[in-house]
Design a protein around this ligand. Sequence first.
Ligand SMILES: [Zn+2]
Length: 185
Amino acid sequence: MAMDVFESFAEHNREFVKTFAYGDLQMWPELTAVVVTCVDPRLEFHAILGADLGEIAILRSIGGRVTAAVLRDLSIYSALAAQASGSVSEPLKILLVHHTDCGAERLKDPATRALLEEQAGIVAGDIEWLTIADHHETLTHDLAVMVAHPGLPEGTSVAGYLYDVHSGEMTEIVPPTEVRRMPQL
Ligand SMILES: [Zn+2]
């Protein structure tokens, strides 16, 4: 049964290449926008934001939490894309989008914690900070972490949103803020 899924994807792709028209796209997203969000399959940002292939980049983590890995990837991506475009590029616009009914809200549940420890060897204390209890609080916190990260170039803009998986509505929680670096003394 599982193999049917692989085969149907392969079949779809054989059709996809027949009319493929995106071969000249660049590594840099055309709208210079990166969405940082959760792995949840209900979050399909090309549909949600009306973007086409190559217009936005998407970076995912559990809960859309801004982890060390997410910060590292954003820094690498900013640098690589700037280099690929040849000269000075427009700084990235980063949309941090968390969502309702998120798995990260369940990390506080004792049964979930027990399962994580048993199946994945993950100790609850180690992932305490990943838990989402209050979306406004978490978004504000994660955006502050992002803005403070030295790997993000000056001029990068960041904003925080909450996406409602039941209505499809994306609400702004933290308005766009531009990253400003203190002048070196
Ligand atoms: Zn989620």
